[in-house]
Design a protein around this ligand. Sequence first.
Ligand code: AMP
Length: 374
Amino acid sequence: MSQFTDFALLPSLQATLREKSYVKPTEIQERAIPALLEGRSIVGVAETGSGKTLSYALPVLHLLRSLENSGDKVTENGRPRAAVLVPTRELGEQVTKVFKPFTHTTRVRVRSVLGGTTMEIAKRGVAGPFELLVATPGRLLQLIEQKLVTLNDVRFLVLDEADQMLDQGFLTDAIRLATFCPRNRQMALFSATVSAKVQELMNQLFEDAEVIRSKGSQRTVQTLQTQNRKVTDGKRAPLLEKVLSEPVSGGTLVFTNTREQCDKLFAEMKAKGCKCAIYRGEMDKNERRRNLRDFREGVLEYLISTDLGGRGLDVEHVSRVINYHLPKGMDNYLHRVGRTARAGRHGVVINFVTERDQDLIDRLDSVAPPAKKR
Ligand code: AMP
């Protein structure tokens, strides 16, 4: 199977796929969509950039629209038939954006209740009847406790970026939310890595699920070019200046390992007149959102981040990732570089390599397709 037209998806979904010029499913889509359309539950090991959102969005919308078409309509307030749980507000917005063009044509009503917004906004968000809910676990539990939402008609529950969700302590919330759904609901879990906590969740909720590992999930993609530049401590700034003078179209994500490094680098780049901002943990949420928006819209050329920014963010025009400080582990490395060369586009990752990083660089050989390495 190699085209979306091979899937038994409703004509309204096929039409939007054509309109968006999505012809070939990605690897995870090719395997997850048929399984989900057959009503099976799955665990997909795939990260942002692999096309994982559409791999569940299309089957979910197919199911919701089919129920409507058969005359079984949603009429009650706050009683969705499908729910997508996400770890952060940013991811929730990203997921909603992927759903959007498809919900227009299928006329499925999507609402989102995401942490980081006021309770008033959340309440307004779930007023009235709708079919699909995108939510962060904490906020959703509050709405359920206040009887503004019920999950007792949910036929399809998705846990997206489960590893990140569990990092944030949402394990018990996620399990509680799953138990609020009917027993025979279909489930899908997506995670970039299978950590011990993800495994625990899988053991509890996904006993019968089919595990689909995208072959690319532990590898970098073919369209990514890797450049390793040797550097010694104290000499990173002049190397960065040289790298930044090399022409590039699109935004650059610069990674550091700690908040302090992130702030220091920001001050240095700002002083040199770079259009840059920071995106890291423990900063004002509104400022972080604003910085991300400005970067997305191209107002900023550089976003300086820690591993918080390496996870999950879908910023289309990132053409270059600079590891100003390389991470210790391969997981974080793959998350970071996964921000560029997305969905078939070209991208470059530039690693600032000290002697201490050599071990990681040696291991990169096992994840980078040899032909594209430099
Ligand atoms: P995701 O991994 O779900 O975050 O998707 C990454 C990006 O790839 C999104 O902007 C999607 O709209 C896009 N995308 C997903 N599937 C395909 C496909 N089969 N062909 C082209 N682009 C896609």
